[in-house]
Design a protein around this ligand. Structure first.
Ligand SMILES: Cc1ncc(COP(=O)(O)O)c(C=O)c1O
Length: 405
């Protein structure tokens, strides 16, 4: 094979393969639901699967499922296009718009797939940065024209911030020619439901998913809500037969049953309650110089630990405790941050305890540092620069060890 058939950009890109380490006790890194589908319900679906013709391609006419989704979103079936996860709609739209020389603008920091797909497929896009407080920068909304595609995520992953509803309507009204894509896969965790806006605005595409507010991320079911003209066009772009028998059977037999819907709604309410509890605890128990937790409308929290060493130590302690979170420091503006998914009460407590113990070690170090500085000062008042900063690394480590012992 020619050595340069894949360009430099692709060769330099990392891999998105998320490793599942078996020793990880708590998987709080992918914003999935902690509780699995009830075993008896799974069994019913498997029984139906046994009767499916595995030798045949799955159906590619999902109008019956789209009609049920429309009912769930308070829209018409023509407004819905089902897909194998919302991620597949994202990549399809990015490819289509790039090949058609559209000017693509994406808010950053945001869902990593946007940037990753653009990197690997050599798609150029402009970033619309959040403010330093990690809110949407309404004062600097990019100028849009008929060739522009703006992608906004709300609630935004990994930050948790949302796009103001009134400002969104103004944006849509002011730019009727531009295409505005709202990734709203976390919308069930907040008050704002933007899907019904597709009835009013032809330039709006809303992306939604069954991976976040429902315990079926493994089934890969997502959908798009838009004006019928847009939905019909996107259906032609989506790969045929990409939703397998298993997921379609689940969608037809189980997803919209009152029992499954009610269990999922209850689970969402519990996640929101846990998110707020954790956010309060973290805000109340740590001063603003140590830690900041960002207000979130998703099923996760973004946390910043200001001190570099403390941040690194925390990541190491979480890993040692078998708690997997997402290190978000490589995203623009997100230095020293991690994103933790809201799990069960037990998982959340494990995370909070680990964080508490890890940061307690840091405060103890800070206290020790103050003591040592005092000692150095008393021992030799006349010497300039005889502080702990001048201590050789080994002496500081030894002093710390002695103190802790
Ligand atoms: C903002 C955002 N959009 C889309 C997706 C992809 O979701 P799906 O499972 O529907 O492909 C994710 C997954 O984490 C996400 O965070």
């Amino acid at each position: 094979m020619q050595s340069n058939i894949f360009n430099e950009r692709l060769q330099q890109a990392g891999t998105r393969v998320a490793h599942s380490v078996l020793s990880t006790r708590f998987q709080l890194d992918k914003n999935e639901q902690t509780d699995d589908v009830d075993f008896a319900l799974k069994q019913q679906v498997v029984n139906c699967l046994l009767n499916a013709n595995w030798n045949r391609y799955p159906t590619s006419d999902y109008r019956d499922i789209e009609a049920k989704i429309a009912g769930y979103c308070d829209l018409q079936p023509e407004n819905i296009a089902l897909s194998a996860g919302s991620a597949s709609i994202i990549t399809t739209l990015l490819d289509y718009f790039a090949l058609n020389q559209k000017r693509i603008i994406i808010t950053q920091p945001s869902y990593s797939l946007f940037d990753y797909h653009c990197q690997t497929y050599n798609i150029n896009y402009e970033s619309w940065l959040l403010t330093p407080e990690l809110e949407y920068d309404y004062d600097n909304i990019p100028k849009l024209d008929a060739n522009s595609v703006l992608i906004v995520t709300t609630p935004n992953n990994p930050v948790g911030n949302t796009f103001d509803a009134a400002k969104l309507e103004k944006l849509l009204t002011d730019n009727p020619q531009a295409c505005i894509i709202l990734d709203a896969v976390y919308c069930e965790f907040c008050q704002m439901d933007i899907a019904p806006l597709v009835r009013k605005y032809e330039n709006l595409i809303v992306l939604r998913s069954f991976s976040k507010a429902f315990p079926i991320a493994g089934l890969r079911l997502g959908y798009l809500c838009a004006a019928p003209k847009t939905t019909a066009a996107v259906r032609k772009l989506l790969l045929q037969f990409s939703i397998c028998h298993f997921s379609l059977i689940f969608a037809r037999e189980m997803l919209f049953t009152p029992e499954f819907m009610e269990t999922s709604r209850r689970q969402v309410r519990e996640i929101i309650a846990e998110r707020e509890r954790m956010c309060r605890l973290l805000t109340d128990n740590y001063d603003r110089q140590t830690l900041k937790v960002f207000k979130s409308a998703g099923n996760f929290l973004l946390i910043r630990v200001f001190d570099d060493a403390a941040y690194k130590q925390l990541l190491a302690d979480l890993e040692a405790a078998g708690i997997r979170v997402l290190n978000t420091s490589r995203f623009p503006l997100l230095y020293n941050t991690l994103r933790v998914s809201i799990g069960s009460r037990r998982e959340n407590e494990a995370f909070l305890n680990c964080l508490h113990n890890s940061l307690a070690g840091v405060s103890a170090d800070t206290a020790l540092l103050a003591d040592l500085l005092q000692e150095c000062f008393l021992a030799d008042k006349s010497r300039v620069g005889s502080g702990v900063g001048d201590m050789p690394r080994e002496s500081w480590a030894r002093a710390r060890q002695e103190r802790r012992a």
